[in-house]
Ligand binder design. Structure first.
Ligand code: PEP
Ligand code: MG
Length: 599
């Protein structure tokens, strides 16, 4: 890991502060030394390749070159929006990187080395990069010397794409380090220890991406989609990030640091005040009780859920068990992980969701299953993957059924689009239950409720039909918005179009709630919309009585609900649903919030 020595005073004086903006996805202020994640040394080991495996290794390398070129082109098109000479400057560098990957000495050299030395591609890249850098240095040409850093960056990109390993857990960095990177996957983020890492900012990433959700889960201030972030950032130099406002300040002036320190302290005091709500119920002024539950993406959030007074776990994203490892978790390991959550909640309900991998959520152990889908979010994701790969579903259902003996458990299925999928899972669940009972395992009778996520527009529209098969519904607004409006939730370029107040989204939510109420099927919301106090009046006004959110959001939502009059909220929700313009909808909601919630 390379962290530059602390910059000298004179050097710092030379640098004017640079303010950049992006999507503030996880609130909080972090001030600390930068670490450029993409520049980190990656662990490369050498392995021998058998004669008959050389062709496959070469095509693995060719694929890494293609992926790298695609990333560079994406970066270039984004950089085109930078102001002034920055677009030209970064465009020039990126063109040089593209040239280094286009039928170049580097590409040919690696290809030859794989065959001649019979070594794995990542090691061949490392050797070739060192050789090129050495020959550039020997020429004593200042132009070539300046290219050495570029060739190393290209090498790191290739290796990263070859080993597909997340960044190491940043364990060697100084405390409070702020990670700056081109892109961080949800798995990369899951490795960050908030006791060590202050926060992070990236060039790519949308506000409802799982990377953003993971940042909120860990309470790490984060700003995504920051154009030009890596152009002037330097490892070791001070950075400020404001994850609420979406600001990144490189080389901040002393007065800027003071201002942000004051804001950080104010936020801390506010959080402490909200903490006092822990023991108070989430009841509206006119006495309607709302159940506030917690979403858990990582086991560490259990303590947060309890500390914030969650009335249960409304969504356990079991994907965490599959990330950052090369093998699959077995039934027993999953049982232990779920059991810790069920026990930890001490008799409150726990909703375990079967895995939702595919799309942007990637697990190395399953990488062979997905192929090259043009639209991964529409492909083999979530329940589709589980039903295709029965060993995955069977192990999860068995573990979930077994923990149901420890406390009230519900089983939730992601990305349901047809009633047949629920029916099929129920048949499988019954078979597994019979098998477990034959083994002498005692299971509760009846078996745990089996529910469906309502996150595909078709599922919302067919909620009546799904209600005949599902025991409960959980509305996933993150995907519902993505699929209804055709907005990739991970793409910062279309993030401004991602709008939960679009009338089409609200009508689908209303439709699902009405179908559920008609059929007597319990319904909740567990998408990020549930954790935003701005939307609370609208959601409960539409009839919802159960909201599940990142544990840290519970106090703010509770505070909002306690200031709310349900009769007025219901009336306002009705007025909102009469509108067809999202601007008007936002105005009606914000006016209502300002009236009933003046602070
Ligand atoms: C959702 O889509 O709203 C949801 C809760 O699921 P996830 O964010 O895991 O896709
Ligand atoms: Mg979803």
């Amino acid at each position: 890991m390379r962290i530059d020595a602390k910059q000298s005073e004179t050097e710092r004086e030379d640098r004017a502060e640079i303010r950049l903006s992006g999507l503030g996805v996880s609130p909080g202020i972090a001030i600390g030394p930068a670490y450029i994640g993409d520049a980190g040394d990656l662990p490369v080991s050498e392995s021998r390749i058998a004669e008959d495996a050389i062709a496959a290794e070469r095509s693995r390398f060719a694929e890494a070159v293609a992926v790298s070129l695609k990333q560079l082109r994406k970066l270039k098109s984004k950089a085109a929006n930078l102001p002034g000479s920055a677009a030209e400057e970064i465009g020039y560098i990126l063109d040089a990187h593209v040239a280094m990957l286009s039928n170049s000495r580097l590409v040919r050299g690696v290809d030859e080395r794989i065959g001649a030395a019979r070594i794995n591609a990542e090691r061949a890249v490392q050797i070739e990069i060192d050789a090129i850098a050495e020959s550039f240095a020997a020429m004593r040409d200042s132009y070539l010397a300046a290219r050495i850093d570029d060739i190393r960056l290209v090498g790191t990109r290739l290796i990263r794409n070859l080993i597909k390993k997340p960044y190491a857990a940043y364990s060697g960095v100084p405390e409070g380090t702020i990670i700056l990177a081109e892109e961080l996957t949800p798995a990369d983020t899951a490795l960050m220890d908030p006791r060590h890492i202050g926060g992070f900012a990236t060039v790519f990433g949308g506000a409802e991406s799982h990377t953003a959700i993971m940042a909120r889960a860990l309470g790490l201030p984060a700003v995504l989609g920051v154009t030009g972030l890596l152009l002037r950032a330097r490892s070791g130099a001070t950075v400020v990030i404001d994850g609420g406002e979406g600001t990144v300040v490189l080389d901040p002036a002393p007065e800027t640091i003071h201002a942000y320190e004051a804001r950080r302290d104010a936020l801390f005091r506010e959080r402490r005040t909200l903490g006092r709500l822990r023991r108070l119920p989430a009841v509206t002024r006119d006495g309607v009780e709302i159940r506030l539950e917690a979403n858990v993406d990582l086991p560490v959030e259990l303590d947060q859920a309890v500390a914030h007074g969650a009335m249960g776990l409304g969504l356990v994203r079991s994907e965490f068990l599959y990330m950052n490892r090369d093998d699959l978790p077995g039934e027993d390991e999953q049982y232990e992980a779920f059991a810790a959550l069920v026990r930890g909640m001490g008799g409150l309900p726990v909703t375990l969701r079967t895995l939702d991998l595919g799309g942007e959520k990637f697990a190395r152990s399953l990488s062979g299953l997905f192929g090259e889908a043009a639209n991964p979010a529409l492909g083999l994701r979530a329940i589709r993957l589980s039903l295709k790969e029965r060993r995955l579903l069977d192990a999860q259902l068995a573990a979930m059924l077994r923990v149901a003996t420890l406390g009230p458990v519900r089983i939730l299925l992601p990305m349901i689009s047809t009633a047949g999928e629920i029916r099929r899972v129920r048949e499988i669940m019954d078979q597994i239950a019979r098998r477990l009972r034959r083994r002498g395992v005692e299971l509760p009778k009846p078996l745990p409720p089996l529910g469906a996520m309502i996150e595909v527009p078709g599922a919302a529209l067919a909620a009546d039909a799904l209600a005949a098969e599902a025991d409960f519904f959980a509305i996933g607004t993150n995907d519902l918005v993505q699929y209804t409006l055709a907005i990739d939730r991970t793409d910062e370029q279309v993030a401004h179009l991602y709008n939960p107040l679009h009338p089409a989204v609200l009508r689908l939510i209303q439709f699902a709630i009405e179908a559920a109420l008609r059929r007597g099927v319990p319904i909740s919301v567990c998408g990020e919309m549930a954790g935003e106090p701005r939307f609370s009046a609208l959601l409960v006004g539409l009839g919802l009585r159960n909201l599940s959110m990142a544990p840290r959001n519970i106090p703010r939502v509770k505070q909002r609900l306690r200031s709310l009059d349900m009769v007025a909220a219901t009336r306002r929700a009705r007025a909102i649903m009469d509108q067809s313009d999202s601007g008007r909808i936002a105005a009606l909601l914000d006016d209502f919030n300002a009236m009933a919630w003046p602070h």
